[in-house]
Design a binder for this molecule. Sequence first.
Ligand SMILES: [Zn+2]
Length: 279
Amino acid sequence: MGAMKNVFSIDLEEWFCVYNFDGAIPREQWETRESRVEQATLAILDLLSKHNVQGTFFVLGWVAERHPDLIREVERRGHEIASHGYYHRLITKMTPEEFRTDLNRSLEILTRLASAPVRGFRAPSFSVTRKTRWSLDILRDCGIRYDSSMFPIGFHPDYGVPDARLEPHALPEGLWELPMSVAEVAGKRVPCSGGGYFRQFPYAVTRHLMRTCNAQGRAVMFYLHPWEVDPGQPRVALPFVKRIRHYNNLDKTLPRLERMLNDFEFTSVRSLYGANWAA
Ligand SMILES: [Zn+2]
């Protein structure tokens, strides 16, 4: 009576790397900000170890360069290392050449730290959209076998592919797409993938949506950022909506995560889907 396996993933980045802070903390200032990624990631790693879950970590190259021991620790605990780009730039804001350079820079660093080939990619802010479809050819050319960046929704101002398929599928570009999860409720697509949705919705709502997704035959692609379990992070002045989106329920995330790990089965992309692109 095995329950359906879902994917547990982390977008491994610093609290100040998020797109929300693009205006407030430009890249030139990243180096001067307090690093909090190690303690937050270790809290997540310990929770995963306790529940014997191995997941996939989409690591930002800029962070890996500064915290190689942290990435080695992620690796040592059996998690899969994948790429989240180097500088956390949205693909929608890059030229193809800029994207290729950014991706390769991240892969050079991650390949040195990971024991297995780096096969996965997740774009900052899910920025593989209809307009940036060209990025898939570049991903494939750089050795990436799966992308996990498409959010099959139409209501978010910054991302989404409204008519994208909901289940993992092979793309004509020659790699796999593992879309972010939505449950279909009364004909509507409701995100149940983690991140901000996980923090804003009461846990019972998340659990219901995840169960619905599983009942509809799809594994959930769950994601979270280390800063989402770090209530002590420095506060940045933000407009109201962004402030709520970023700071709401940070103190509740870790206990909620524990409940979720008790209620559902999780594993990495590599172990759930890797047979599809094994060389
Ligand atoms: Zn990110």
